[in-house]
Design a protein around this ligand. Structure first.
Ligand SMILES: [Zn+2]
Length: 150
């Protein structure tokens, strides 16, 4: 196994020993580890406290950029939809993962699988109800304002 993945697994194992969930992530550029993260939901009241999110956040703060093009992430577990989306926004090049969403489901960590399944549904059929409330005719339009200013 690749040594970056070995490190991600080691982080996950240590996190379980610390009372946390079995997830660790390593963010790599040009064969160097730039940032690491573990799932911190046992320590913080913040649903974004996932290993990959924290590694991404740390790298972006450290490098003062939102653009992580050229980066590869090694995650002990297949990324959840939130972390995957953050990787898209950051422009990360490639994701390696070890244990799958189904492995997580079988370990009693089934939310990611449920969300991936729900996202396949049409918007109106999803478990999280989304309702559009349009602007009134006399309201300022934030997107129009943004477009006029870029
Ligand atoms: Zn996640």
């Amino acid at each position: 196994m690749d040594h970056f993945m070995k490190r991600a697994i080691e982080l996950a194992i240590n996190n379980v020993k610390d009372g946390g969930q079995p997830f660790g992530a390593v963010l790599v550029k040009d064969q160097d580890i730039i940032a690491e993260g573990v799932n911190e939901l046992h320590k913080v009241h913040d649903v974004s406290g996932h290993a990959e999110m924290l590694a991404i956040r740390r790298a972006q703060e450290q490098l003062q950029t939102n653009d992580l093009a050229g980066f590869t992430i090694y995650a002990s577990g297949e990324p959840c939809p939130m972390c995957l989306t953050a990787m898209y926004f950051a422009g990360i090049d490639k994701v390696y993962y070890c244990q799958s969403i189904d492995d997580a489901f079988n370990a009693g960590l089934g939310k990611s699988k449920m969300i991936y399944e729900d996202l396949k549904n049409a918007r109106e059929d999803r478990g999280l109800n989304m309702v559009q409330i349009p602007l009134n005719r006399n309201q300022s339009n934030p997107m129009k304002l943004w477009k006029e200013n870029v």
